[in-house]
Design a binder for this molecule. Structure first.
Ligand code: PPS
Ligand code: ADP
Length: 314
């Protein structure tokens, strides 16, 4: 396997310094001819009855715009977001629908600082998108020290899944700090906010049916677990890059450990800022007999997990 050498340019974006746009690329086979496409959609839940359509009608008329039924979810006051945000085709059963065309007044919620808000529900749901994509939307959350190989794995994984005709999107901590999170520094509260925002965005991607690969240090267990709690059971797959600090420091591809040791970067993870390793990751990747598997092999481990758990089919 050939690893292309990359030149990194240090930048300061908003409050963050020393971050890089990461795009490590490995020479991998070109994606196979497997193409994404449209197909007849089987009726996937009891919603058919709800909208007064038979399964056949749903199948044949799905491409025509269905009248969207805006609905709001049960009022959950004071930030009980997990109940409000629950998605999935089987979530209709316990959810009252406020049809905006009817007489009922939608129930209002207060979520954090947002008052009088309503959850709008659409007839095209996560499972419909998954059917279209022939995969299950989920979040693969890669955590580990700087230099542990998160971005490299994310990229290898993205390529490997793409080659299998699966739709992925990478949310790399470095990259997201170039835009959405440019206002965040590396102080503890800003890191927590960085993790929270990426968790929320990842959740949207998963809801879109995409296999979302989040790769960020995410040093705090509590914040990682909070992101896990945003998703349905099983849809958050934590991958721990269990690479010892001395290995990451020896790699030091951006020279940041050197700067941190010299006291030129304060609060560097693993040096003078904490990293809390996960306790119950779905996947732990570590060295075998002092050697780390190649990024492609590591990616294959994750892909096998996804395959076995049924994420690579609808
Ligand atoms: N103080 C400090 N500590 C750790 N890392 C630092 C720091 N300052 C800059 N950088 C660079 O920023 C990248 C980490 O960004 P993340 O968003 O993944 O970090 S965090 O999850 O909010 O902790 C990280 O990228 P990776 O090496 O890819 O992990 C570093 O390049
Ligand atoms: N599986 C691996 N085996 C050996 N070296 C690796 C592996 N994965 C990544 N690397 C190297 O380690 C360094 C850090 O990788 P990177 O993906 O940038 O880590 P992170 O995103 O965690 O900071 C890079 O020089 C990369 O080429």
């Amino acid at each position: 396997m050939i690893v292309r050498s990359l030149r990194f340019k240090m930048t300061t974006i908003g409050k963050c310094s020393s971050i890089y746009r990461t795009s490590p690329e490995f020479d991998l086979p070109e994606p196979s001819s497997g193409k994404l496409g449209f197909q007849k959609l089987p009726a996937c839940n009891s919603r058919d009855k709800l909208f007064g359509l038979s399964s056949t009608e749903v199948k044949t008329s799905f491409v025509a715009p269905l009248r969207a039924i805006e609905a709001s979810r049960k009022a959950h006051v004071n930030g009980k977001a997990e109940n409000v945000h629950r998605t999935g085709c089987d979530s209709n059963d316990d959810m009252p629908i406020n049809d905006c065309h009817g007489d009922s007044i939608p129930q209002m919620s207060t979520i954090g600082n947002s008052t009088n808000i309503v959850w709008h529900k659409c007839t095209v749901e996560k499972c419909d998108r998954e059917e279209l994509l022939q995969q299950r939307g989920c979040v693969i959350w890669i955590t580990g020290l700087s230099g542990s190989g998160k971005s490299t794995l994310a990229c290898a994984l993205g390529r490997g899944l793409h080659a299998r005709g699966k739709l992925t999107y990478i949310l790399d901590g470095d990259n997201v700090r170039h835009g959405l999170n440019r206002d965040l520094s590396f102080r503890a509260e800003d890191r927590a906010e960085n993790i929270r925002r990426i968790g929320e965005v990842a959740k949207l991607f998963a809801d879109a049916g995409v296999i979302c690969i989040a790769s960020l240090i995410s040093p705090y267990r509590k914040e990682r677990d909070a992101c896990r709690a945003l998703l349905a059971e099983g849809d958050f797959i934590e991958v721990f890059m269990d690479v010892p600090l001395h290995v990451c420091e020896a790699r030091d591809p951006k020279g940041l450990y050197k700067l941190a040791r010299a006291g030129k970067i304060k609060g560097f993870t693993g040096i003078d800022d904490p990293y809390e390793p996960p306790l119950n990751s779905e996947i732990v990747l570590h060295q075998n007999r002092g050697l780390f598997d190649s990024p492609n092999d590591l990616a294959d481990t994750v892909i096998s997990y996804l395959d076995e758990e049924g994420y690579l089919k609808a």
